[in-house]
Structures are given as structure tokens and as C-alpha cells.
Design a protein around this ligand. Sequence first.
Ligand code: AMP
Ligand code: ZN
Ligand code: ZN
Length: 359
Amino acid sequence: MDEQIHATREIRINPIVPSESVLVATARSMRPQKEEAPAPRDTRRHVETCPFCRGNEDKTPPEIDRFPQQGDWDIRIVENLYPVLGDDRQIPGLVFGLQQAIDGYGRHEVIIDNAGHGIAVHEMSSPHLANLFRVYQRRMQQLYAMDDRLKYVLVFKNFGPAAGASMSHTHSQIIATPVVPQNVHDEVINSRNYFKKHHHCIFCAMIDEALTFETTIYDRHSGRIVRQISVGQYVVEKGEHFIAIKPFASRYEWEVHILPLEHNSNFMLSKDDEFADLANVLQRTMARLDAVIGGAQYNYFLHTEPHGEDYVGTDASYHWHLEICPRTSIPSGFELGSGLFVNTVSPETAAEQLRAVKL
Ligand code: AMP
Ligand code: ZN
Ligand code: ZN
């Protein structure tokens, strides 16, 4: 393909959140970022001193939930020992002049997502991962039901030091906030605006494009192919209910998004049989990423329809998804100063490499 011969250098506009656009610059000499050195992964099954390993249950704050309920646990939710948000009341009158603030009220919980200390997601079984999604879902439902001051429940995972993980035992986290995060708000509102204009969901349109779009663009003068899109070019994995897509405007070199194939705005409405397929798609996607990057350190997070009256009527236009962001480079002054993410691997090449992995 043409792209392999010529370096790409273009600003790609994120169709949902234009402020999250990306500079794709693939020539090595143009790299403004510093590459993150791959860290050796802690593959130990059990660590005597680890507070998240079995047998050390007394080294964490109180348990909130566990799965299964009887016998040895496979998944455990505990209070965070060092929560970034808490339920202690702040003294009112925090605001003065331009110094506006809202109470740091909320919840911060840790999900010990496997008893195996250093196990990677692609090494976990599909039934285990399906249970993990059920545990996320159940906790999200409980948190929304128990406190209507909580406006968003963010489920995320940090894996590896490059992704900000301070504990090497595999874990996810829940942070429930009294405000809807701005990026989620923007996705929901912008996709609602798109729906008003086009009468269909922009995420569904993206999936359709990934599965059916095909075109070749030639240079009018030389006849040279300048761009070629083939069917499935951005598809990394496809199951019965879920698809893993390499976004055209990927902020991170190996970023992949997983979305339900059938329109669904809310993660809390997903069914058990769908989770079995999601587990399979996630497991295979992570195996591909791990094979290509050689020990993926990454963040993943769930974006789903928020609660509250601002978001009434967004169920037809929003589409929940899981964003996986492997951390292979350190953002530099350019990214911080411009707000533009720099991606040095063309998303087309990245998708091709991920698909080429033999599982
Ligand atoms: P990470 O942000 O990925 O490093 O997540 C690890 C989280 O575990 C941090 O938010 C810590 O505050 C939390 N943590 C550390 N030690 C414990 C512990 N013994 N029990 C519960 N949470 C802990
Ligand atoms: Zn451990
Ligand atoms: Zn949709």
C-alpha cells in the first residue's frame, strides 16, 4: 500500500470529539515523543508480601464484594487504602473569586481482578473475564443506586508502570465522581448533535464504515494512488456481539476500541451472553497487542451513558465502549503545549500488524 512507501504526516480529526485530534507523523525523524522502554513484567503467581494476593485479605481495607461468594475468591472489590476521592464532608465556602471548586466527594475502590499476581489479561480465561465484566456492572449499578450525588462511575485499569500502575498485582479501579468527566460529556453531547442531524448513531456509523467502506483515491495528475481504504482495514477482532477497531484518529500508537456491534448506549444494559463474547474479543485483542508490543503496558477504561437529566434522550445516540490505550511513548512538551496527540505509527499499519498475529 502507498502508505508503506510514503510517510504519513497529517492531522486526523476525531469525528466525535474534535478537540482530541491527532497528528499522525510516521517518519522516525519527526518523532517528538520519547519512547517508553518496555519494562519486564512481573509474572509471579503469588507474592507473600502482596496485599492483593490470596491469604493477605487482612492487608486491605474492608471488602465490598467478592466472586465467587463461597470458597476461594477469583475477584475481590475492596476500598482503596489511599482514595483520591472520599465521602468526608468538606467545610463549605471553598470558592473565592476565580478559585472555583467543588467538593472532592466520591468513591475510589480497587478491583483485584485475578488471584494470580502478575497474570496478564490475555492469559486469563474467557469465563473469568466475563465474570469480571459482570462484577464491574454489578458494582456500577450498586453505586448509582446507593447515592444520587454520584454522577459518573469510571471503571479503568492501569497495567504496568508505564501506565501509572503502582501495584504489580493485576487490578482495576472504580472512581465515582460528583461530576461527569468532560471527555465523556463531550462524547455524549457531540454524538447527540450528530444524531439530530443524521438520525443515526455516529458509533454505529463508524462500525458500518469499518465493515463495509472501500475506496481508492487517485492523484488527478499523476494517477498515483494517494489513499486506499479496504473493507475491514481498521478491524482488529470481530466476535458475535463485539468488534475491536483501530480508530482512524488513534491518539496512542496501539490504541484499540471495543464496541458492541448492536447499538447500546449503556454498559449496565449488556447481557451475560454478550459478556462471554466481550471476554473473548478482549482476550484476543490483548493477546495481539502483547505479541506486537512485547509486553503491553496499558490503560483501559469504560465509557458509558452517564446518569442525570442532562443526558436524558441520549440512549439512541450514544454507544458504550472500552478504550484500550497501550503506553509505548511518553508525551512531551509538544503534546502538553498543543493538546495534540502525536502518533508515530500509522493506524492502518498498526491494524495490519495486529491482525497478522497468529493466535
Ligand atoms: P494504581 O493506581 O494502578 O497504582 O492502583 C493501585 C491502587 O491501589 C492505588 O490507588 C492505591 O491507593 C491502592 N492501594 C495500595 N495498597 C493498597 C492496599 N493495601 N489496599 C487497598 N488499596 C491499596
Ligand atoms: Zn499479588
Ligand atoms: Zn450505536
